[in-house]
Design a protein around this ligand. Structure first.
Ligand SMILES: Nc1ncnc2c1ncn2[C@@H]1O[C@H](COP(=O)(O)OP(=O)(O)O)[C@@H](O)[C@H]1O
Ligand SMILES: [Mg+2]
Length: 325
């Protein structure tokens, strides 16, 4: 099995009137082909910045002082606009939260989907029309013919999300980046759409980089998980290890926000405190002010590195949660 994506020591900053925002501060991870890698963390942690960096869609106010993003043997940060244009929509595609604003409200759905196919392939228009319809029904849209002739503004948010996913997947990309693709939808609808997404990607052998703040979604979807805090990965592991043996106090508190079947009466613990100011990050561990396990060492030493504690399990913490045998 090969690598779908490799991110190495990625730093991204935004220049703003309030100063430099250090959105990503040395993120590294490898996603294996065919896998769902979930990147999870609170709002403001840098998740969307990572998605945009991979797609080559960072705004002009952003700088990338360091890092590499390797896809198919090339560093996307060094790729030409022409190379990126060919990869986008074809080999890598992106779908994000606000589908209704990503679709053109005054162009019918059918032509929007067909356009993607026609722009990237030599497929004949008649066949593109067929592919578009098939893709819509695979995403669970009833009466795809009618949807093809509808305008996005006349459809529900859930339908628009399915259409966005259909657009993102119609060319069978090798990597789909899905940035909170179902937030804003009700839980039942989310689950249904995500199950379809998972099944379709398995069938197409596509890899998914799934971005979410919801540990419940991680549990249902991920093969591998990276937990991001203040622009850094603080823990990564396969999904079973992460849920059974979380070692970073932040991961443990994210899991505490989840209801558990075996402990239904227990009160959920909300995460205390708030994330740090990204314009003024400390030298030491950025989780320190919220951590209940902090040692003197955590206050005086620089941010702990992400170290492997077992094969495939890495943690950035000087005082990890001990595994209960
Ligand atoms: N275009 C931008 N200009 C300035 N700051 C930004 C911009 N985009 C994001 N940020 C800041 O970068 C940090 C990470 O944001 P983002 O990647 O959107 O986080 P997430 O997707 O995890 O919620 C936040 O502090 C956010 O305010
Ligand atoms: Mg985001």
């Amino acid at each position: 099995m090969g690598e779908a994506l490799r991110v190495e020591n990625l730093h991204v900053r935004f220049g703003t009137a309030a100063g430099q925002v250090s959105a990503l501060n040395g993120v590294s991870f490898v996603q294996e082909e065919g896998q769902i890698y979930c990147l999870v963390g609170e709002s403001g942690a840098g998740k969307s910045t990572l998605a945009l960096a991979i797609m080559g869609l960072l705004p002009v106010s952003a700088t990338v002082p360091e890092g590499r993003i390797i896809f198919d043997g090339i560093d996307l940060l060094k790729a030409s606009q022409e190379q990126l244009r060919r990869l986008r929509g074809n080999e890598i595609s992106l779908v994000f939260q606000d589908a209704q604003s990503a679709l053109n409200p005054v162009q019918m759905v059918g032509p929007q989907l067909e356009e993607v196919i026609l722009a990237h392939t030599d497929i004949a228009p008649r066949i593109a029309n067929r592919m578009a319809q098939d893709m819509l029904s695979e995403m669970g849209l009833p009466d795809p013919k009618r949807i093809m002739g509808s305008y996005p503004f006349s459809l529900s948010g859930g339908m628009c999300q399915r259409i966005m996913l259909a657009i993102a997947l119609v060319l069978r990309p090798r990597l789909l980046i899905a940035d909170e693709p179902t937030s804003g939808l009700d839980v039942t609808l989310q689950a249904e759409i995500l199950q379809r997404l998972k099944a379709l990607c398995q069938e197409q052998h596509s890899s998914i980089l799934l971005i979410t703040h919801d540990m419940g979604i991680v549990a249902n979807m991920a093969n591998t998980v990276g937990v991001i805090y203040a622009g850094n990965l603080v823990e990564s592991a396969d999904v079973f290890t992460l849920f059974r043996e979380p070692q970073h106090p932040y991961t443990a508190s994210l899991l505490n926000t989840l209801p558990r079947l075996d402990d239904a009466g227990r009160r959920l613990q909300p995460l205390r405190g708030s994330p740090p100011d990204m314009t003024n990050l400390p030298e030491e561990c950025p989780f320190l002010p919220r951590c209940h396990k902090a040692l003197t060492r955590c206050r005086v030493e620089p941010r702990p590195p992400l170290d492997e504690v077992a094969p495939g399990h890495a943690v950035a913490c000087y005082n990890p949660v001990l595994i209960q045998a």
